[in-house]
Design a protein around this ligand. Structure first.
Ligand SMILES: Cc1ncc(COP(=O)(O)O)c(C=O)c1O
Length: 435
């Protein structure tokens, strides 16, 4: 390590006495002595407690769509909180937000708010189960839908433990998940048309919901194969299954209308969080009126913080800005330039690489020609990926330390940021190959 991390290391030691691993989410622990602790963030940059400055491509795992501490959003929140932050009553701002959501996300004829992506997907699954009267849920290997017990299967485990793709085993990603829940989840490799078809022939009429990320935002951004999302749509119709598109990462990022607009697909329900608040905590799930309107009629849903004012005000402002300005188009342009530049660098060094994802949220797998699912991705050279990232971070460019986590871009990433990133990544690849 060449850059000074002494203050981070000191803070980590203290933190580890008080907080498990010294962090408030397992994903934030990179290892002893190498986990940075943050001082502040503005625009596309962040600074750690040692004063090291980074171009930030983690963006808090995706929420930052405009830029850190974006003045127009922060000012709206600062002004609003003088009128109360929580009231256990509904405000006109919530109705305004539901209207914006409906206008931007075609499947959300009705929506309800929540505080995190975990809650949003959890609520959506309950509604889908209540609507269909069925209990099984099908998810895809490598997708992540939150930290709760009944979806944390086949997410992070080594892909070898998933067993043969004709008969995949749902593998819990944590101790503490009750055995009884194993029987409620089915897992299938992403993009495996034949296997999905086989599983539906056996279980189709017992499945309440198929939930999927549109591209694998928690596994290197693996793209849906042509026709994959349409295939899920068709099969859900055939078996009366609720199709839930988990747009927690893609929503208000891939397009104003999220992945639904980008891939031209209409699910029955969808879940959102991250970009809708640009860092303020707010989430949402929505869907067809026929499905959503069972809430309150024997179907419970609630939450003290669901309509927290900072989140509601921030989301209204973020969506207003997205509707008003070509924000996503600009990010796509810069993200495409970054992806193309990185591809060229790998080519220059003769390193095979498979890029995947969306220009605002992409990744790459090294040493493989193509990845279609987590099983393929597990064959990639993750050690080299990490070596490159380590050098890049030392030189002031910060993608995530976990190769499954995509690079995120925001509106505040400038052309100069992209230039510097490409320069750093060229050096990083050269140095990492030597290590
Ligand atoms: C696709 C997806 N769904 C759900 C979640 C859970 O969201 P949260 O961390 O806000 O609970 C995440 C988090 O990264 C996610 O990527």
């Amino acid at each position: 390590m060449t850059h000074n991390m002494s203050k981070s290391q000191e803070l980590q030691k203290k933190a580890q006495q008080l907080i498990p691993l010294g962090v408030n989410s397992n994903f934030r622990y990179w290892g002893d002595g190498i986990t940075p602790y943050v001082q502040k963030a503005k625009g596309s940059h962040l600074w750690d407690v040692d004063g090291n400055e980074y171009i930030d491509y983690r963006l808090a795992f995706g929420p930052i769509i405009l830029g850190h501490s974006y003045d127009e959003v922060d000012n709206a929140v600062a002004e609003a909180i003088h009128n109360g932050t929580m009231c256990a009553m509904t405000s006109a701002l919530e109705v305004e937000l539901a209207q914006r959501i409906k206008d931007m996300c075609p499947c959300c004829e009705m929506s309800r708010l929540a505080c995190s992506g975990t809650e949003a997907t959890q609520h959506a699954l309950r509604v889908a189960r209540a609507y269909t009267g069925r209990e099984l849920v099908l998810k895809f290997e490598g997708n992540y839908h939150g930290f709760y017990d009944y979806m944390l299967f086949s997410t992070y485990a080594p892909a070898e433990t998933y067993n043969n793709r004709r008969n995949p085993t749902p593998v819990p990603s944590s101790s503490g998940i009750p055995k009884a829940l194993h029987s409620l989840v089915l897992t299938c490799p992403f993009n495996d048309f034949e296997q999905l078809d086989r599983m539906l022939k056996t279980y189709g009429y017992q499945i309440a919901a198929i939930i999927t990320e549109p591209c694998q935002g928690n596994c290197a951004g693996i793209d849906p194969a042509p026709g994959w999302l349409e295939f899920i749509r068709k099969k859900c119709d055939e078996y009366g299954i609720v199709f839930i598109l988990d747009e927690v990462k893609s929503g208000f990022r891939f397009a104003n209308g999220g992945a639904q607009e980008w891939y031209k697909i209409k699910p029955d329900m969808a879940t959102y969080a991250k970009a809708m608040g640009n860092g303020y905590p707010l989430a949402m799930f929505g869907g067809k009126k026929e499905i959503m309107s069972i809430i309150g009629h024997g179907v419970a849903q609630g939450g003290t913080y669901n309509n927290n004012m900072p989140g509601v005000v921030a989301a209204n402002k973020v969506l207003e800005i997205l509707q008003r300005e070509p924000i996503i188009k600009t990010i796509i342009k810069r993200g495409t330039r970054l992806m193309d530049g990185l591809k060229k660098i790998f080519e220059e060094y003769g390193v095979p690489v498979a890029f995947s994802g969306h220009p605002t949220m992409f990744s790459y797998a090294i040493g493989v020609e193509k990845v279609t699912c987590q099983r393929d991705w597990a064959e990639s050279e993750r050690d080299l990926y990490l070596k490159i990232v380590d050098v890049a971070i030392e030189k002031g460019v910060m993608p995530d330390h976990d190769p499954r986590e995509p690079w995120f871009l925001c509106y505040s990433h400038s052309e100069a940021d992209i230039d510097k990133t490409l320069e750093v990544m060229r050096d990083a690849l050269k140095l990492a190959k030597r290590k």
